[in-house]
Design a protein around this ligand. Structure first.
Ligand SMILES: Cc1cc2nc3c(=O)[nH]c(=O)nc-3n(C[C@H](O)[C@H](O)[C@H](O)COP(=O)(O)O)c2cc1C
Length: 212
C-alpha cells in the first residue's frame, strides 16, 4: 500500500493539522506495516503557483510542447497522487477556506484532459477513487452548535476533489487552537478519539468480512 502524506501548515512541529495527520498515518501503518510512505511538506511556500506554461496548457487542446514551467511540477504531483492508495492531508483553515499552499497544489492536480474531462454536465473525474483523510486545524470552531464562522473549506474540498474523481473523503478536525491550553488539549483528545473510533470500526468491518 502506498500512502501519500501532504501537509500545508507553515507552523512546522507546532502544527495541529500536522500532528493529527501524522496520527492518521501512524494508524494506517498499524494496519499495514509494510506500507510505503511519501511525505510532502508544502505549507511554507515550497510549491510555487502555476505559471504561464501551465495556464496555456490548461487552456489549449494542443499537445504542446509544454514542460518548461510548472506543467512539469503538475506531472509529478499528479503521478504521486495516482500512485497513492491512500492520501492523508493535514491542513489549516485560512480565512474560512483552504490555505493558499493547498490551493496551489489543487491547481497543479486538477488539470484538464489529465485528471478531468469536460462534459456537458460539467467536469468528469479521470482518477480512480481512493480514501482521502483530511485533518483540519482551525483557530476557532467551524462545525457543531458552537461554530461561529462559515465553513468554506469542507464543501470546497468535497466539490473540487470530486471533480477529478475523488469522493471518498474522511474529515477529522482539531478546532479552537486559538483557545486556552486546556481547551486545545480537550479538542486534541476529541479528535484522537474520533480517529480511534474510525479505525476500530474499520477493524470490525474487516473481521466480519473475513467471517463471511
Ligand atoms: C492567514 C491565516 C488565516 C486564518 N484564518 C482562520 C479562519 O478563517 N478561521 C479559523 O478558525 N482560524 C483561522 N486561522 C487560524 C489557524 O487555522 C490556526 O492557527 C490553526 O491551528 C493552524 O493550523 P496548524 O495548527 O496546523 O498550523 C488563520 C491563521 C492564519 C495564519
Amino acid at each position: 500500500m502506498n500512502i501519500l502524506h501532504l501537509t500545508f501548515s507553515a507552523r512546522g512541529e507546532s502544527s495541529e493539522s500536522q500532528r493529527l495527520s501524522r496520527k492518521i498515518v501512524e494508524m494506517l501503518f498499524q494496519r499495514n506495516p509494510k506500507a510505503e510512505l511519501l511525505v510532502r511538506r508544502l505549507g511554507d511556500g515550497a510549491l510555487p503557483h502555476v505559471d504561464a506554461d501551465y495556464a496555456f496548457m490548461q487552456h489549449s487542446n494542443n499537445a504542446g510542447p509544454y514542460g518548461k514551467g510548472s506543467s512539469a511540477m503538475s506531472d509529478q504531483l499528479i503521478a504521486e497522487l495516482e500512485r497513492a492508495d491512500v492520501v492523508v492531508i493535514g491542513t489549516p483553515m485560512h480565512n474560512l477556506s483552504v490555505p493558499s499552499s493547498l490551493k496551489a497544489w489543487i491547481d497543479h492536480v486538477v488539470r484538464a484532459r489529465r485528471t478531468f474531462t469536460m462534459a456537458t454536465s460539467g467536469k468528469k473525474g479521470m482518477l480512480h477513487d481512493r480514501p482521502m483523510y483530511i485533518a483540519v486545524a482551525s483557530g476557532g470552531r467551524f462545525s457543531g452548535t458552537n461554530a461561529h464562522q462559515p465553513d468554506f473549506l469542507t464543501p470546497y474540498l468535497k466539490a473540487v476533489l470530486a471533480s477529478i474523481g475523488l469522493n471518498n473523503l474522511l474529515f477529522f478536525s482539531v478546532e479552537g487552537t486559538g483557545a486556552r491550553a486546556e481547551s486545545v488539549e480537550l479538542a486534541r483528545r476529541v479528535a484522537d478519539q474520533a480517529l480511534t473510533s474510525h479505525f476500530n470500526s474499520l477493524e470490525l468491518q474487516h473481521a466480519s468480512e473475513n467471517l463471511d
